[in-house]
Design a protein around this ligand. Structure first.
Ligand code: ADP
Length: 466
């Protein structure tokens, strides 16, 4: 069966968050059962030489928005599955995939409609049987495929309902969106065009990245205005828990770590911690190390952490924050950087994130909503106990200590700073009972959060459609 996996990002070519991880790992796991090709834009930031990206000497030609377009094709092998790259200067020749940090390019509607038209044209030319689309950037390919190549089955995955791709109605023409697709039952949304709605309306199956999030997004509290629409399409909506690449995130073989370890050699984890603390100028290694790694936005509870910070720093702990995002949180953390027990690392740094997972005793993840969340799974794999607000994928993967369900951690009672501080106190008490604490982290390290488990569920879904 010919299958395409379409995404606006995939590690190691380009990654801004969890979508990049999944678009790397899921096709790799699926490729073990049959061919599947990743499809990505060939952004200027992608190093063609390093990744062995070669021109195919072919292009796709198509028309929309009263213009003719030509998109060149490139490909690369490796990273577990073949990758097809689509190149057009308008889509690709920018310093960032979506826009400068915290912002969007003004013509993202046109850029990603070009991507979607090219995907549909390619799928038709190749007689592709299944096209798996991800998030709003790829959603317009769903109606295009249904119009131009209805033989293809379409799976559409929502990684984060908060980003829907909503544009003024006037943009529909230039994006080649037909008037018939801009109705209440399709892409119309309060007088605007909503790409996410198009993906949901036209796909044969819609998935999201955890069972709990699949249920939550059908409620007004988490539905971002689409809960009613999702309830209407509930019959084809599936919650499939994401997974991590357990070879890439592997403390026994991670090249980013100064010492490697398994559940049986946790003394080495302690050495990673000690080395990190010394280098970061955090000296008391008897204190547990808490880390926060992620986008500094409200979704991730960056505001709760900033609010709780002074109280947390009065406790016997070390805390390291790695992230970039909204200036107000970045400033709050930067202002306290260097206080005893606290370090803030501004920016995005893959290798440092691995060292932090390995050095840490606890991961803080006070997210207000969390479609799946990969950090908590990575943390557990590295023997750090997660402290979470149990929503979405965090509710599916972090159960109370003693529940004997994969995994175990500490659950906040509510998404507020007081509850975060209380949970940190619970973590400190657990840390004080070292046998119990070690038993929890060994239990967590043995849990199966692998992408292979997720891939098996997708194979079943694909099989039910074709
Ligand atoms: P998101 O909502 O941002 O996609 P996920 O939990 O699904 O969140 O995935 C986040 C991924 O990005 C994880 O692999 C995490 O380790 C990584 N990550 C997030 N912020 C940073 C950062 N500042 N530096 C390095 N890695 C980061």
């Amino acid at each position: 069966m010919k299958r395409l996996f379409v995404s606006a990002e995939a590690w190691p070519y380009v990654k801004t968050g969890g979508l990049g991880d999944m678009a790397h790992a899921l096709p790799e796991a699926l490729a073990k059962n049959g061919p599947i090709t990743r499809v990505l834009p060939l952004y200027a930031s992608i190093d063609r030489q390093k990744h062995g990206i070669e021109p195919l000497g072919r292009s796709l030609r198509f028309c929309f928005g009263n213009r003719e377009w030509e998109v060149s094709l490139f490909s690369a092998e490796g990273n577990g599955a073949d990758t097809l790259f689509l190149y057009h200067p308008l889509l690709c020749d920018r310093p960032h995939p979506y826009g400068p940090p915290g912002g969007d390019y003004e013509d993202n509607d046109l850029r990603f409609s070009l991507f979607c038209h090219a995907v549909a044209a390619y799928a038709k030319a190749q007689k592709t049987e299944l096209v798996h689309l991800n998030d709003w950037h790829t959603a317009l390919a769903a109606p295009l495929l249904k119009r131009d190549y209805p033989a293809a089955k379409v799976v559409y995955t929502i990684h984060n309902l908060a980003y829907q791709g909503i544009f003024p109605i006037e943009t529909a023409g230039r994006c080649g969106i037909e008037p018939a697709w801009v109705e209440m039952e399709t892409m119309e949304f309060y007088g605007q065009v909503n790409w996410m709605k198009g993906g949901i309306a036209f796909a044969d199956a819609v998935t999201t990245v955890s069972p709990a999030y699949a249920a939550e997004i059908q409620t007004p509290a988490y539905g971002c205005g689409l809960d009613g629409f999702l309830r209407k399409h509930a019959g084809k909506l599936h919650g499939i828990l994401n997974g991590i690449d357990t070879r890439f995130f592997n403390p026994a073989a991670d090249p980013a770590l100064p010492y490697r370890y398994t559940p049986k050699s946790l003394a080495n984890k302690r050495r990673v911690k000690k080395r990190f603390l010394t280098e970061a100028g955090l000296n008391d290694d008897r204190r547990p190390l808490f880390v926060f790694i992620g986008r500094l936005v409200e979704q991730k509870g960056a505001d709760l952490l900033a609010e709780a910070l002074d109280a947390l720093l009065k406790r016997p702990l070390n805390l390291a924050v790695l992230g970039e995002g909204e200036a107000r949180y970045q400033e709050a953390f930067a202002a306290r950087n260097g206080l005893p027990g606290f370090r803030f690392f501004a920016g995005y740094d893959e290798a440092l994130s691995h060292r932090l997972y390995a050095a840490s005793d606890f991961l803080l993840m006070p997210s207000r909503f969390e479609p799946c969340g990969l950090n908590q799974m990575i943390a557990m794999r590295y023997g750090a106990v997660p402290v979470v607000n149990p929503v979405g994928g965090l509710a599916d993967t972090v159960h109370p200590v003693g529940a004997q369900r994969c995994g175990e951690g500490i659950r906040m009672e509510s998404p507020d700073a007081t509850s975060l501080i209380q949970s940190v106190d619970t973590a400190l008490a657990l840390y004080g009972r070292s046998r119990r604490y070690n038993a929890v982290r060994r239990f967590d390290m043995a849990c199966d959060f692998s992408i292979e488990r997720c891939a098996r569920a997708y194979e079943t879904l694909y099989g039910s459609l074709t």
